[in-house]
Design a protein around this ligand. Structure first.
Ligand SMILES: *Cc1c(COP(=O)(O)O)cnc(C)c1O
Length: 348
């Protein structure tokens, strides 16, 4: 047949269905969603589903605006932040110059660039996996995409450094993907007051323990929002279903619960990192709910297989890139991570 699209898709982490496994391969939250989310689900009146969901998600935008200290018209809600990011690529990256993003970052950026036929350049991280600020300054580009803290490195870039990049590229949109910002690091939110060219994305999947709900959002200037909304309404106007909006609202209203569980995850992360370092592993300094580590005394591929034989699922990217020596391990509960430390200890 003629005209069929060929594309190499994003490869997500496995979702094994076995019981009694430790699943720390896709950066899902270690804890259950807020009790308010569970109550909102049982209170939901299914009769309402006869209607279409909200086009503008005003209730959820108002609640987020209040928490974030921005205005409602600086927010857009989507079907996961992947939806918002894809919309942003379509909306903002229409120049002939290549967009820039790191060679080691969220794997989906390259896939969207190819899908939407956007020229792109992958910019190498430094040898210690840092984003080099000067690489994004004084360089012709059609836009910039950074994850901060970066994934899968976990490394955070300071607000000052992010501002240098945003300030030096005011003719282009700079997307800052803050999927992990509630586990550590400084948000770029304060830059919204000074710059119109910054667009921040967030998700309920990681810090709100709602990966299966599929809700994410973007924050930016009204100027950018107008473009995004026009593209959204040319494509899939009712992208957030009614149940999802209601439950995401309940999560947004329970700041205290999430502050508590995410603080625990950060503590477990730091404990787990130190345990691995004590075994001689190289562990990158993480501000997220996962760590990237290079094992000592065993290859990443062998440790991955060994852990899987013990029903512990971590992420191995394989291939021939710099990541082939590393494993990405999401942070589960303290009990789960203690078990992982014990199992890894048995290798030696
Ligand atoms: C998980 C993740 C996303 C996607 O989040 P969803 O809201 O589940 O679509 C986007 N960016 C990064 C860096 C992520 O890790």
């Amino acid at each position: 047949m003629k005209g069929l699209r060929k594309i190499a898709p994003y490869v997500a982490g496995a979702q094994p269905q076995e019981k009694n496994i430790i699943k720390i391969n896709t950066n899902e939250n270690a804890f259950a969603p807020s009790p308010r989310v569970i109550k909102a689900l049982s209170d939901f009146d299914a009769n309402n589903l006869r209607r279409y969901s909200s086009l503008t998600n005003d209730d959820l935008r108002d609640a987020l605006a209040k928490n974030l200290g921005v205005s409602r018209d600086q927010l857009i809600i989507g079907n996961g932040s992947d939806d918002i990011l894809a919309l942003a690529f379509l909306s903002f990256f229409n120049s002939d110059a290549p967009i820039l993003f790191p060679d080691v970052t969220y794997g989906f950026y390259k896939v969207w660039a190819e899908l939407f036929r956007i020229p792109f350049t992958e910019v190498d991280l430094s040898d210690d996996f840092e984003i080099v600020t000067s690489d994004y300054i004084g360089r012709d580009n059609g836009g910039i995409v950074l994850t901060n803290p970066n994934a899968p490195t976990g490394i955070h870039k300071t607000l000052d450094e992010v501002e240098k990049i945003v300030a030096a590229n005011q003719d282009m949109v700079v997307i800052i993907d803050e999927a992990y910002i509630n586990f550590g690091g400084e948000s770029a939110l304060p830059l919204l007051k000074k710059y119109e060219n910054i667009f921040i994305t967030r998700t309920f999947s990681k810090d709100a323990a709602l990966a299966g709900l599929r809700v994410g959002y973007g924050i930016g200037s009204p100027k950018l929002m107008a473009v995004l909304n026009a593209v959204k309404n040319s494509y899939n106007p009712y992208s957030v279903d009614m149940v999802a909006e209601r439950l995401a609202l309940a999560a947004t209203e329970d700041v205290a619960y999430y502050a508590q569980v995410n603080h625990e995850i950060a503590e477990t992360r730091d404990w787990f990192s130190d345990e691995l370092r004590a075994l001689g592993f190289d562990v990158l300094p993480s501000q997220t709910n996962f760590i990237l580590t290079k094992p000592a005394g065993i290859s990443a591929a062998d440790l991955f297989a060994f852990l899987q034989s013990k029903k512990i699922y971590v992420r191995y990217f394989g291939g021939t890139t710099r990541l082939s020596d590393y494993l990405r391990i999401s942070i589960g509960t303290q009990d789960e991570m203690a078990k992982v430390v014990q199992v890894i200890g048995d290798v030696f």
